[in-house]
Design a protein around this ligand. Structure first.
Ligand code: SF4
Length: 64
């Protein structure tokens, strides 16, 4: 399944919630204090959805 996960880094608040939920996909840039996408695979769809739902900025999106 090809999918693309993106973070709108302008909107990211640096809470690290997504990184805690799905560290295989989301990394954290300590310098910029913002999350980034490392890989598109590595977590279950449920965990990815949980990360999206937990993002206080609503800045994670996924396209299939
Ligand atoms: S959950 Fe959202 S606001 Fe928090 S670090 Fe991840 S992308 Fe940024």
């Amino acid at each position: 399944m090809a999918r693309e996960i993106t973070i709108d880094r302008e909107e990211c608040l640096g809470c690290e919630s997504c990184v805690e939920i799905c560290p295989e996909i989301f990394g954290f840039d300590e310098t910029e204090q913002k999350a980034y996408v490392k890989h598109f695979e590595g977590c279950s769809d449920n965990l990815i959805q949980e990360a999206i739902d937990s993002c206080p900025a609503g800045c994670i999106s996924i396209s299939e």
